[in-house]
Design a protein around this ligand. Sequence first.
Ligand code: ZN
Length: 139
Amino acid sequence: MIQAINHIGIAVKNIEESKALYKKIFNVEHFHEEIVQEQKVIVASFKVGEVMIELTAPTDEQSPIANFLAKRGEGIHHIAFACDSIHNDLQKLGEQGIQLIHNVPTQGAHDMLIGFLHPKSTGGVLMELCQHNSELIRE
Ligand code: ZN
């Protein structure tokens, strides 16, 4: 079940330039930085209240973020929702006719499993489900 907004993903070209900009706007002192090999991205994140902002730049031309930047430019990329049973939640949405980008969750940043829903079946919004690895229910 979807429980909360976990983060907002923002596609950026240059992680250092974007960090400087966000530092200015939000007075950020520290970014959590991580390379996610599966997505070929570097992520710099910080929290605004309970919600994380994830600045995401491609590390490779094959990255999905590189495609997005080429088509749409910088901007909001996706909204990520924390859920309590990511395998079941993705499966249920698939059964309800929502097109999934990941039928099975994949590794994301912050030691979370993630799965994307296709924007074609969500009214144009790229949505991500995520769940921290430590919260997975062992079935
Ligand atoms: Zn995300």
